[in-house]
Ligand binder design. Structure first.
Ligand SMILES: C[S@@+](CC[C@H](N)C(=O)[O-])C[C@H]1O[C@@H](n2cnc3c(N)ncnc32)[C@H](O)[C@@H]1O
Length: 208
């Protein structure tokens, strides 16, 4: 088990799901935004760092085909136990390592994973994965800690984003793909301890 797997698996093994700082019974904000996108039945959706989120099950129940990953082996095991019908739709993977899917996904959803990537190199690897895996016309939904948000999450430092800096990230010159913003906003998530966690939400469409 590498250090990242160990860090996250320690959290997942020792914390009841509904006490995790990022736990939400239903990811309402993201689901509401996804409902506005013109996705076809059976569209392919990718969710890196899914943790134990119910979003994969909800989207599957709504007719989409969902593939998920997590860096934590314990999260993957627990996800399989909670959602046996999705046992083959999750695998352990670090999102900065190459994905084996090319031009495949219609939607990429990341809630609170990208913000753990601090170095330019890690962020660039993430974006290259996205460029390769997302179809032209596909969408990205990113929900990351806002500038006014906490400096740490799960004991790790995070890079916080504003609507502008998320848009800048997706229009970086080195990207081989072009993305246009569909929606950006800020919202507040109240975690299980009742603490306000400001998030930035960015939805983008790949146009070339
Ligand atoms: C704050 S939690 C959010 C979980 C889930 N996205 C949600 O909204 O409930 C971050 C998740 O990302 C996973 N993670 C952290 N770094 C990762 C990486 N480099 N690649 C894939 N997953 C990662 C963690 O194991 C954890 O499950």
């Amino acid at each position: 088990m590498n250090a990242s797997d160990k860090h996250w698996s320690n959290i997942y093994t020792n914390t009841p799901m509904n006490r995790l700082g990022w736990y939400e019974e239903s990811p309402k904000v993201i689901l509401e935004q996804i409902g506005k996108l013109d996705l076809k039945d059976g569209a392919n959706i990718f969710i890196p760092g899914v943790g134990l989120s119910s979003i994969a099950k909800t989207l599957t129940d709504n007719g989409f085909t969902v593939e998920t990953t997590d860096i934590s082996s314990s999260a993957v095991d627990e996800f399989r136990r909670m959602y046996p019908e999705l046992a083959n739709n999750i695998y352990q993977h670090n999102i900065t390592e190459p994905l084996n899917k090319v031009d495949y996904f219609d939607l990429w959803i990341d809630r609170a994973v990208l913000h753990f990537l601090l170095s330019d190199q890690a962020i660039q690897s993430y974006l290259e994965n996205m460029n390769r895996a997302l179809k032209i016309g596909g969408y990205i939904v990113l929900a990351q800690f806002a500038i006014s948000g906490a400096e740490k999450c799960a004991g790790l430092p995070v890079k916080r984003y504003s609507p502008e800096s998320l848009s800048d990230l997706l229009s970086a010159k080195y990207l081989s793909a072009k993305y246009l913003p569909v929606h950006t906003s800020e919202f507040t998530f109240f975690n299980p301890a009742g603490e306000a966690k400001p998030y930035t939400l960015g939805i983008f469409q790949r146009v070339s």
